[in-house]
Write a protein that binds this ligand. Sequence first.
Ligand code: ZN
Ligand code: ZN
Length: 409
Amino acid sequence: MRKSLLASAALSLAFTALAMPAMAEEVTEWRLFVSDHSDPKVTVVDALEGATIETIQIKAPASLYRSKGGEAVFAVQRNGNIVNTISSGIAFEDHGDHGDIKVAPPKITGAEIAGEYPVHFVEHDGQLAVFFDKEGVARVFSERDALKGSVDLRAVEADAPHHWVAVAFGDHDLVSVPHPEDPSKLPVGIGTLDREGNEVGATAACPDLHGEAASGNLLVFACATGLLVVTEGDGGPQIRHVAYPQALPDGKSTTVVGGIGIQYFLGNYGADKVVIIDPTGDGDFRLVDLPMRRVHFAVDPVRPKFAYVFTEDGQLHQLDILTGAISATLSVTEAYSMDGHWSDPRPRVAVAGGSIVVTDPLAGKLHLIGAVDFKKVGEIAVGGQPYNIVAVGGTGMSHGDTAGHKHDH
Ligand code: ZN
Ligand code: ZN
């Protein structure tokens, strides 16, 4: 799978380290972290070689999150009542005129965040918050601690156990406010807490709250009525509500992802639509009709104007964010109907450098699609039911002195 150029770059790195410590080499490395739908494991795959690097055993089937920098991958195990930290083994360091890459084996670090029924996981400005639904408590920690192997946890308490979220936002915490009569319903708003846990200001109303994402300096929550848009103010977070325009049909977003490189949000909106959102001002909402019901969607962090939507007919669509049109479509897997249970094994999408990767749980493999020409370039057999996926990697310089890294530029 790996292009020969990259293979030789990686190979010569090994020799460089021994023979020519001062020489810099460009190194490209992409790793895929793939959880299984029913087995408690995370398979780490070299996306360029197509080989399995490591199989990491965990307690229960996991959802996966990667830290923004990509040094850590978190395995959130709803039914295992635990979150495990995995060091991705890929780290970047900014050297001003260039970036360095450091590559090491992936490994579980030992930092475990325990609690009842962890589901949603949010990173904001270096603080990571995992919300435990059955406790109504979020535990906040830092990536650095998690990578070192033990975390100092700070608890943020909601009013009652319920399904949702907390975001550590600077010196404050944003916490979902459960439905007052029935906490098993979706939350009704977002409260701002200070570090003593006291609510600051009024609850920002957000009926049927579900969906959170950040893009650039904006954070949004999705509500039945529109979006809450959070920005950093002088005294803490500033929250305003942007309503869905009258022109939109009945519907709401319940999952949103944030653009990287271009500030926008992409949300679901009904079963067979997505909406491209610019939440500045009164907000701009562009609805995109899909040919079939949506299974999963992801933004492209490398080519900012594209996002990808996978539909139940087994097709992957390239969505041009600027025009709001589907600019390419490729048949990738057999059909995966959205009828049935919401958590049935169905494909998930991640972007790894030049490839879009689609998990195919019923076929036990990953499909790789070239991001530029949008054609299938390969597949990787993983076995089992490969389900959730995150990609970590990129290209950096390696000076061959990865241990101390003291060098002149
Ligand atoms: Zn350097
Ligand atoms: Zn949820």
